[in-house]
Design a binder for this molecule. Structure first.
Ligand SMILES: Nc1nc2c(ncn2[C@@H]2O[C@H](COP(=O)(O)OP(=O)(O)OP(=O)(O)O)[C@@H](O)[C@H]2O)c(=O)[nH]1
Length: 584
């Protein structure tokens, strides 16, 4: 395969960078002899160059060293340019050439490791020329690594990314090289001639020669030796003028092949020996492989066994070296790519792990927040339930209390009064205490209703309750038995005290007429009292006795207190009895 020169012809670069160094950069391949001359001129004037220009000049030195095949020297220079500060785009161009340089020196491991990284970094490179140069080198390296399909992809990217004012020549050359690597070309493929025309028209003779040599290869493969020789004669002056070493070797080698195929041993030998003479010690390439094979065949046919054997040994070295070189390139690319992808996957994995960790932490924080929220909600729910329970309990108690009350007066109704009295009576019985049951009935209440109306009657009933409460202790039970009839249960109250309370109530009622809206409604009450001291603790008996006493109070003229013993006023009689016996 014909050697390929990777460079960036750049009217565009000149316009971008400006200055003398950029102007010299622009003519590297178009007029190489002038380039060499002006490069020397720049070195003479280098004291007047800026730091950036000096770095650019260093890059051009590296480029020229590479061009001339001084690869180790070029490598050192490219590394210096990459390590230096300044224009990033120049650093990327140096990197692109270094990749190719390392590959040319057989340092495929580093070359393809760099290519893998660079290929991945491509989307981040915004500088047009740097990107273009990188794509060119990637395309070539991938094609030479036995990956012409990837090389073709980079070549197509190059074509699409050709900077304004730039010739499409170089991108087309990369495309042709990739197609040749994929064995997809014949001598009649239009892309071959059109690319030669484009590069020639755009004054890129080195690139035009590269494609012409590919065309020569195709012609020889198709046994069109006269056409191949004609093509070699046509490009010989341009190759000679450009002094690009790989092309010079390729031209001689191709000529040897053509003559050998045509049976012209003398010319074939001459061309093959010219090829060998041009080479450096240790070179391994396809041109030398062909040359030694041709020489071996001719010497053998001439009976020069010793010379034939010597040529054959050289041929074997070239053949194995060339094949090994191709295999090593391919293996180096595969290994570098795999290593790179492994590292990338590992980095992505780590970043995924970090993301998962971050998400986990965020989730944990959210979980803590949610737990706190749950606790607050639970507490609020418990508080609400507690408050509702208290409210419900209070409502229940209130309903219970209301259900035990008389609707008009608010004191205990008949049933509740009797139940409570019965309960406390039992307790009183257990400890042998005294108690009095008092029944009270308003006198001639019908007349109150009839005279003043039912509402006033109600008001009198409420007023009665209020007056009675004023005379009772909180421990006394007070209830409405029905209509205008009331009852009081006086706990721990002996007969004498009971008679005093009953009399005090009667007197208070008689002395407290209802006064409402300037209306005075006088009223009185009759009271019957029954006490445990004579009747025991049977509620029914006490009730009957109190009722009977009340009935007697009514019959005796109302507005009075009568006891179960039939006395008109127990209190008065007791008091009278005490007065009659001073010793008691
Ligand atoms: N305003 C009012 N009147 C009631 C209520 N309950 C009963 N009464 C009336 O109370 C009156 C009771 O009359 P009576 O049983 O004849 O007794 P009285 O008129 O008080 O006569 P004596 O008891 O014999 O003094 C009736 O007219 C009932 O209608 C009530 O809640 N409000």
């Amino acid at each position: 395969m014909a050697g390929l020169l990777l460079c960036a012809p750049s009217a565009w670069a000149q316009a971008q960078a400006g200055g003398r160094v950029a102007a010299v950069d622009a003519i590297r391949t178009s007029t190489h002899d002038q380039f060499v001359e002006q490069l020397a001129g720049l070195h003479r004037d280098q004291d007047h160059l800026s730091t950036d220009e000096k770095r650019h000049l260093l890059f051009l030195d590296g480029w020229e060293a590479n061009y001339e095949g001084h690869y180790p020297e070029a490598e050192t220079i490219f590394r210096q340019v990459i390590a230096g500060d300044g224009d990033d785009a120049l650093g990327i161009r140096a990197l692109a050439l270094l990749m190719n340089n390392l590959s040319s020196q057989g340092n495929y491991a580093e070359a393809y490791a760099m290519a893998s990284r660079a290929g991945d970094d491509l989307p981040n490179i915004s500088d047009g020329e740097a990107r273009y140069v990188l794509l060119a080198n990637l395309s070539q390296m991938l094609t030479f690594a036995g990956k012409p399909d990837v090389g073709l992809k980079y070549a197509e990217m190059m074509l699409a990314a050709t900077p304004p004012g730039y010739s499409p020549c170089q991108a087309l050359v990369q495309k042709v090289t990739a197609l040749e690597g994929a064995r997809k070309l014949t001598s009649r493929s239009p892309v071959l001639l059109s690319t030669i025309d484009t590069c020639t028209a755009d004054h890129q003779p080195v690139f035009a020669n590269t494609v012409s040599l590919i065309l020569v290869d195709r012609l020889l493969a198709e046994n069109k030796q006269p056409d191949a020789l004609a093509m070699l004669d046509r490009i010989a002056p341009a190759v000679q003028a450009a002094q690009y070493f790989p092309h010079m070797v390729d031209v001689a080698s191709a000529r040897a092949r053509a003559f050998e195929q045509m049976g012209n041993s003398d010319e074939a030998r001459r061309a093959a020996m010219q090829t060998v003479a041009m080479s450096h010690p240790g070179d391994v390439n396809e041109a030398l492989r062909y040359a030694y094979h041709i020489l071996y065949g001719i010497e053998k046919a001439d009976g020069n066994t010793a010379k034939a054997l010597d040529d054959y040994e050289h041929y074997v070295v070239q053949d194995q070296g060339y094949l090994r070189d191709a295999n090593v390139r391919n293996a180096a690319y595969e290994a570098a790519r795999k290593h790179f992808l492994d590292q990338k996957l590992q980095a992505e994995g780590l970043s995924k792990e970090n993301n998962i960790l971050r998400l986990q932490q965020a989730l944990d924080a959210k979980a803590v927040e949610t737990s706190r929220l749950y606790v607050v909600v639970m507490l609020l729910a418990l508080l609400t339930i507690g408050l509702w329970s208290v409210r419900i309990k209070r409502s229940q108690l209130r309903f219970k209390w209301l259900s035990s009350r008389d609707g008009l007066t608010g004191i205990a109704h008949h049933q509740h009064f009797m139940a409570e009295t019965g309960r406390t009576l039992k307790a009183l019985e257990r400890r042998g205490g005294d108690g009095c049951l008092v029944f009270l009935d308003l006198d001639h209440f019908k007349q109150v209703n009839d005279t003043h109306g039912h509402a006033i009657g109600d008001a009198v009933l409420k007023h009665t309750v209020a007056v009675c409460k004023g005379q009772l202790r909180t421990s006394d039970l007070f209830g409405r038995l029905g209509g205008e009839e009331f009852a009081m249960w006086l706990m721990d109250t002996p007969r004498l005290q009971g008679s005093v309370v009953a009399e005090r109530i009667r007197a208070a009622l008689a002395a407290s007429p209802l006064v409402i809206d300037n209306l005075v409604v006088p009223f009185s009450a009759s009271i019957g009292v029954a006490c445990t001291d004579t009747l025991g603790y049977d509620l029914a008996a006490l009730c009957r006795a109190a009722d009977a006493a009340l009935y007697r109070a009514k019959r005796m003229g109302r507005n009075r207190v009568v006891f179960d013993d039939g006395e008109p006023s127990g209190a008065l009689s007791v008091l009278s009895a005490r007065a009659a016996s001073p010793g008691s």
